[in-house]
Ligand binder design. Structure first.
Ligand code: C2E
Ligand code: CA
Ligand code: CA
Ligand code: CA
Length: 279
């Protein structure tokens, strides 16, 4: 296999022959970068569709190799999960997110919510709630400004444990969002047994919402479901004005996507916020 340094990046799906070697190489590099706290967050704005107001940001992991090559999260997060490294990495990213939120508050953006992705494996730590609580306290943050994002698959095993952990998070005011909603298999069963503050509609449905009746029907139903359960509903991957308009007409609260802004480092976000004009 070619070395990372000289090969073009190959995505998780494309790699075949090189798969094992590539992953082994990535794993070694990943271990090193985590040890050096060298994986950073980019922040993507979330906007209230009706008012255009920025309501929050999502923190997304970004890894740049020493040679300048970016490795997408869809390549390295699964490796971090499979090897257990996600526990340490997830905690580092959570701390960075709290610090970024602190900086945003200090810059006068005091009403933003910070969305942080958590992997199922992080919930295998019995004391995950205490760990997060401690980091929030260290950063001197009000927990109400933190929103953890979990996918549907999270409760596949250990349903009762997860339910308790999510409830404990909510009891200390941390918000909980269900991510990639609609792509799992037990959405409705979960919804009735777990309490979420927010539903994030998966991008795959938003992509076709203005062109495909099926996608439109699904998005419609999710918005109604959110209204019925008193949950905020946010659409992910909104790329066009038409999609934003469609969602707004249907009563979807918030949106996130390239139509508004791409994920960016904190300094760039601060500039973006300063220049932002409500649409
Ligand atoms: P996700 O949580 O569903 O994040 C949304 C993904 O969609 C991000 O990809 C974001 O950059 C991308 N995106 C947002 N708006 C648009 C748009 O308008 N068009 C297009 N084409 N894409 C858009 P990203 O950053 O590559 O992350 C991919 C996935 O990796 C995330 O999906 C999440 O599952 C995982 N991930 C990223 N950061 C973390 C992290 O810190 N922890 C964990 N556990 N997982 C993470
Ligand atoms: Ca997410
Ligand atoms: Ca998502
Ligand atoms: Ca996704």
């Amino acid at each position: 296999a070619k070395k990372l340094g000289i090969r073009q990046h190959v995505t998780y799906q494309q790699a075949n022959d090189d798969n094992v070697a590539y992953h082994f190489e990535l794993l070694q590099a990943l271990q090193h970068s985590i040890t050096c706290n060298d994986i950073h967050i980019a922040l993507q704005p979330q906007v209230c569709i009706k008012t255009g107001e920025v309501v929050g940001v999502e923190a997304l992991a970004r890894w740049t190799l020493p040679n300048g090559q970016n490795v997408p999260p869809l390549d390295f997060i699964p490796i971090a999960e499979a090897t257990g490294l996600i526990t340490q990495l997830g905690e580092q990213l959570f701390v960075q997110s709290c610090q970024a939120l602190c900086a945003l508050n200090e810059a006068g953006y005091t009403n933003l919510c910070m969305g942080v992705n958590l992997s199922a494996m992080q919930f295998e730590q019995e004391n995950i709630v205490d760990i997060l609580k401690q980091h929030i306290a260290d950063a001197n943050m009000p927990p109400g400004q933190i929103e953890v994002e979990v996918t549907e698959s999270i409760a596949m095993q250990n349903f009762e444990t997860i339910r308790k952990q999510l409830n404990d998070l909510r009891s200390i005011d941390i918000r909980v969002a269900i991510d990639d909603f609609g792509t799992g298999f037990s959405s409705l069963a979960y919804l009735s047994k777990l309490t979420f503050d927010r539903i994030k509609i998966d991008k795959s449905f938003i992509d076709n919402v203005t062109s495909d009746d099926g996608a439109a029907a699904i998005v419609d139903s999710i918005i109604l479901l959110g209204q019925r359960f008193h949950m905020n509903v946010i659409a992910e991957g909104v790329e066009t004005k038409e999609q934003a308009k469609w969602l707004s007409d249907r009563g979807c609260h918030d949106a996130q996507g390239y139509f508004y802004a791409k994920p960016m480092p904190l300094p760039e976000l601060l500039t973006w916020l300063k220049n932002y004009q409500k649409t």
